[in-house]
Design a protein around this ligand. Sequence first.
Ligand code: UDP
Length: 339
Amino acid sequence: MHVLVTGGAGYIGSHTVKELLQAGYKVTVLDNLSRGHRAVARVLPGAEFVWGDIADRELVGGLLRTRNIRAVLHFAALSLVSESVAEPSLYYHNNVVKGLSLLEAVREAGVPYFIFSSTAAVYGEPVQVPIEEGHSLVPTNPYGATKLSFEEALRWYGVAYGLKYIILRYFNAAGADPEGELGEDHQPETHLIPLVLQAALGLRPKVTIFGTDYPTPDGTCMRDYIHVTDLAAAHVLALRALEGELLSGAYNLGNEQGYSVREVVEVARRVTGRNFPVEEGARRPGDPAVLVASSRRIREELGWRPRYGDLETIVRTAWEWHRRHPEGYGDGTKTGFHD
Ligand code: UDP
């Protein structure tokens, strides 16, 4: 079976391409390189890489038909909460307008299966933890709102056109390929674990904790960190479930355990053996205090089992990547993310 992976040169997309290839799928990646990395194509020579945009109808339609694509895994999106608060128009354009263009191409070509990268941000401020899939959906930032819009479109496309889909709602993806080939490289970096590891490497003078007055045991935000390879493996399970004509639906992906920012810093100091400086700062807008998943549904229905679940393993695999690739993939600062 041949699948199309949009955003396959990005962090979660690239790890998923690796898992798909190992599971025997034929893979075409479509990535406009606004956030992804050209170097991923060298690391994963088993996949076909096409540099282009998901909103290019002619390109996408041509790929879907000529490769006889049976499933689209859609990762290509903007995914930073703070950026989305500052520039919602970017997020609506990239995540909704362009996403719907892709969905139209999928409908036109009659592709039967679709897997969508969604996020815990669709839930907003949790009223119940751990968060189950039936939790209310009231995003508190444009990033979550745009992901939810696309989820809703998928649902109605499923009803009207028979598209079978699985929505995967990621909690905090972290860590790196345990074989060391792929890792996390965002320009600019905003995520806690890579920032902390860059501080450990001396590439940053310090780490700032965003808020110490949250209603949590140590006052800092708690998040559910999940290893990117465990996330990637879930996509292969989702694809198999779709091929088996399992009903469409949404699944959380997390480890069901929350770690505070201070705890992440402690684990990183232990793993790296380096005592980098940390300062306390103001809250970051749009951050809920606690986000912890219930992943019971995906465990029970798809048989998902995390292999790299504990935080120490997550941080260690990330550390190995960062130590070997202090400059990331080495393609420098990226600013041109508008198209
Ligand atoms: N965080 C922090 N300092 C940083 C970056 C992040 O304290 O320099 C906190 C952030 O407020 C959140 C957690 O770390 O509570 C995880 O943030 P990240 O950006 O990694 O992921 P998000 O939860 O936004 O998806």
